[in-house]
Design a protein around this ligand. Structure first.
Ligand SMILES: C[S@@+](CC[C@H](N)C(=O)[O-])C[C@H]1O[C@@H](n2cnc3c(N)ncnc32)[C@H](O)[C@@H]1O
Length: 262
């Protein structure tokens, strides 16, 4: 039987193998998806003040950590992929960002970062990649100072699934041709593990852990976190730079869910 630990180990191997691709995809400050949707929503919800201590969980190649440092935060950034942490460090060897290899499914390892020592915790586009989110939510509650905030962005569980089918329809309105974009969903309510491609040009698939909203949010509420803000960013009309049938064309559907909890 495949255990959560097996899945987590497989996921780590996949991310280690993807580290160079991921680092190149995002460059110093993120790809179009991050620059337009993820980064701005996370920054609005975090509203980081200079001098605050902020933890970036599952930091990948470190673009959010670098941005947080530029905003004046003292940043601790963690990921379970040693290869990604090496890529992140190599981008700004002179920075004061405290990069560490930490598995977010290991509550004890997270707590070594310091109970009640963070003003904010951020986790960008990673909860759907983490095999078990209960330890992270429990630890986050304990890592935050009183009143501290936890902001996550995630592939939107209602619209952005590995099983989502992207469509375009041509039709006629009052004697004229018109086009509209549609998404077809065939799975939602049942938590599921899939191999998915992620970004259109990702060379290899990796594990996705789909959780419907009630599972995702009730796990956070059970850990003592309470949600006080939510955003559903989508690409604005006229965004250039996306590939064919990519999210840039689906302006009525948010590929990202962003939330703040305390
Ligand atoms: C889609 S990437 C997002 C990375 C970065 N936050 C960003 O926004 O670019 C997902 C990240 O989750 C990390 N990850 C997956 N499972 C993890 C775990 N159990 N512990 C820590 N990091 C994990 C991966 O290594 C990868 O860096």
């Amino acid at each position: 039987m495949t255990t959560t630990r097996d899945l987590n180990n497989r996921a780590r191997q996949q991310w280690d193998a993807k580290a160079s691709f991921w680092d190149a995809l995002h460059g110093f400050d993120g790809n179009l998806f991050h620059k337009t949707l993820v980064g701005p929503a996370a920054e609005r919800l975090l509203a980081v003040r200079a001098g605050e201590r902020v933890l970036d969980v599952a930091c990948g190649s470190g673009q959010m950590a670098r941005r947080l440092e530029a905003l004046g935060a003292q940043v601790v950034a963690t990921d379970f992929s040693a290869a990604l942490i090496a890529k992140a460090k190599a981008r700004t060897p002179e920075s004061k960002i405290d990069y560490r290899v930490v598995d977010a499914t290991d509550e004890d390892a997270l707590m070594l970062l310091g109970a009640a020592s963070f003003d904010a915790v951020v986790c960008n586009m990673a909860l759907q990649d983490i095999a078990d989110i209960e330890p992270l939510f429990r630890a986050t509650k304990r890592l935050l100072r009183a009143g501290g905030r936890f902001v996550f962005t995630i592939t939107h569980p209602c619209f952005n699934l590995s099983s989502t089918v992207f469509g375009q329809e041509r039709y006629e309105v009052e004697g004229k041709l018109a086009y509209r974009m549609s998404l077809k969903q065939t799975e939602y309510l049942t938590p599921a593990v899939h191999e998915g491609i992620g970004a259109v040009d990702e060379p290899t698939a990796h594990l996705y852990f789909h959780r419907p909203l009630h599972v995702l949010l009730n796990t956070a509420f059970a850990a003592g976190l309470v949600m006080d803000a939510v955003e559903e960013p989508a690409f604005p009309e006229g965004t250039v730079g996306g590939s064919r049938l990519s999210w840039t064309e689906y302006t009525q559907f948010p590929p990202v869910l962003a939330a703040r909890l305390r």
